[in-house]
Design a protein around this ligand. Structure first.
Ligand code: DC
Length: 225
């Protein structure tokens, strides 16, 4: 983060909201931006994953709303274990509990409290620019075609020594998109004032630089860069 941004931080937190579908590269982008501008980082997907994981670990049904609400209340943002929560089955289950409005309300309250921290934060998810932080200083909507996202996911799995079938991954991604974009409460969609970034033809570095360029322009326009 630039010196003048830190100086002004006492006034209000600087918030970067990043939304987009699964596998678009928003997690890596969020981490790079948080490092670069020295901001706090919250992957809000982990909060929905934590709810799903608690239910699965207890052997309880994902459809039971009372159980999901209890699990949402128990989520502690300081204790989100990415290693445990990154399992594919947990992501799939997270997308299912994420349709429950009361679960969303409880998690959104926690995410908003996080976003009030100084000097500011990068939050990534599905509804950050539209619902969690509609007043965010910068909103990015990061996408890539379903085929490109499936190819990236397959490469990740293979890099870890695993194997998977491309067609299956693609089906999974399409199903998850449909659920995340089609739900009644806070569906995934770009905020009206979001900057759209299609990373289909970009590598990680190019995507980061494109995002940084947008943030720098916002800071420059405010005389904060
Ligand atoms: O980004 P992810 O794969 O970790 O997210 C898992 C699921 O959580 C995703 O399919 C939908 C849900 N989610 C959400 O509804 N709202 C968010 N802000 C973040 C994630």
């Amino acid at each position: 983060m630039t010196g003048s941004l830190s100086d002004e931080a006492a006034a209000a937190p600087f918030v970067i909201a990043i939304d987009g579908p699964a596998g678009a590269g928003k997690g890596t982008m969020a981490r790079r931006l948080a490092d670069h501008y020295r901001l706090h980082l919250l992957d809000t997907g982990l909060t929905y994953r934590a709810v799903a994981h608690r239910i699965l670990a207890g052997g309880l049904p994902l459809e039971d709303e009372a159980v999901a609400i209890e699990a949402a209340r128990a989520v502690d943002l300081g204790r989100l274990d990415r290693e445990v929560l990154s399992a594919h089955a947990v992501g799939e289950a997270a997308s299912r509990v994420a349709v429950i409005p009361e679960v969303r309300r409880i998690l959104v309250d926690k995410q908003r409290a996080f976003a009030r921290r100084l000097p500011g934060s990068v939050l990534d998810g599905r509804d950050i620019g539209t619902v969690v932080c509609p007043e965010a200083d910068v909103k990015l909507y990061v996408t890539a075609s379903a085929e490109v996202r499936a190819r990236r996911r397959l490469a990740e799995i293979e890099a870890r020594g695993g194997t998977a079938e491309f067609g299956r991954i693609l089906d999974d991604i399409r199903r998850r998109d449909e659920r995340d974009m089609g739900r009644a409460d806070s569906p995934l969609r770009p905020a009206a004032d979001a900057h759209l970034l299609d990373t289909s033809e970009m590598d990680i570095e190019a995507a980061f630089l494109a995002a940084k360029d947008i943030v720098d322009r916002v800071l420059g326009a405010r005389g904060r860069a």
